[in-house]
Design a protein around this ligand. Structure first.
Ligand code: NDP
Length: 255
């Protein structure tokens, strides 16, 4: 008989920003582990294409156009998810952006945009799923931090501030909602090849190589590298794990 520890059959998982990159990698493996999957994003065509691709290996998957910087859009997205599948068991707050500029030149609009999407969006999505998870008697919230949750980065003042905040959001939700059997944890991805980081490879080869030189695994990560940890934190295997941040970084933070 096989173990059910990581089985997600009958669960429903929302992955914000699941239409590409790291979110897509996590959504794919969570779906293959049996969950109904909801992926969201702002780009409708990208979401449709991702749903079509996921349908090849995932039984139940839908895409919803939704902007995590828009509160009413979040409410609609969560209602549609719940109406479609009848539960929300896992929320992965993955949607995120970066705007690169040095702190001294960073303008207020860009600061607000990054904080609203990366940090406030994660809070609002969590707050909106809470009553559903509470009434179900269980839930898993997985936030996506970054190496900049730990380290400073010259060109990423708003991004790093949002990702530092994500760690504290995770801890606060963990202590607040543990009584409701809701676990909140955080994944800190290392340096991963996605659209978000493509510009570093294309335009800043020196920086790309400098980063590579201090990754003990001697490679940048791929979106699929995050999938196993996402399944673990979505499953009953992690029921006594609450408020932690797990680096998935090829050893970067240990160097
Ligand atoms: P991508 O740019 O590939 O993916 C970002 C995703 O977020 C897209 O699906 C995008 O969809 C979605 N998104 C952006 N803004 C919004 C919004 N306002 N509302 C809803 N969805 C939105 O980047 P990654 O896969 O690399 O990033 C995913 C997460 O991982 C982010 O939180 C990022 O900070 C984090 N991360 C990435 C690292 C890396 O090295 N790549 C390292 C550490 C953390 P759409 O375009 O359709 O809106």
């Amino acid at each position: 008989m096989s173990s059910k520890l990581f089985d997600l059959t009958g669960k429903t998982a929302i992955v914000t920003g699941g239409n590409g990159g790291i979110g897509y990698g996590m959504a794919s493996e969570i779906g293959k582990s049996g969950a109904n999957v909801v992926i969201t994003g702002r780009n409708s065509d990208k979401t449709k294409a991702a749903v079509n691709e996921l349908k090849k290996s995932v039984d139940n998957v839908i895409g919803i156009d939704s902007d995590v910087s828009d509160e009413s859009s979040i409410k609609d997205m969560i209602k549609t998810s719940y109406d479609t599948f009848g539960s929300i068991d896992v929320l992965i707050n993955n949607a995120g952006i970066g705007i690169r500029e040095l702190p001294e030149n960073y303008n207020t609009d860009d600061w607000n945009k990054v904080i609203n999407i990366n940090l406030t969006g994660a809070f609002l999505c969590s707050r909106e799923v809470y009553p559903i998870m509470k009434s179900q008697g269980s839930g898993k919230i997985i936030n996506i931090g970054s190496m900049t949750s730990i380290f400073g980065l010259d060109w990423a003042v708003a991004y790093a501030s949002s990702k530092g905040g994500i760690v504290q959001l995770t801890k606060t939700l963990a202590v607040s909602w543990a009584k409701d059997n809701i676990q909140s944890n955080c994944i800190l991805p290392g340096w991963i090849h996605t659209d978000l980081t493509q510009g570093i490879k294309d335009q800043f080869q020196d920086r790309y190589q400098q980063i590579l030189s201090r990754i003990p695994s001697n490679r940048w990560g791929e979106p699929d590298d995050l999938a196993g940890t996402a399944v673990y934190l979505s499953s009953s295997a992690s029921d006594y794990v609450n408020g932690v941040s797990i680096a998935v970084d090829g050893g970067y933070t240990s160097f």
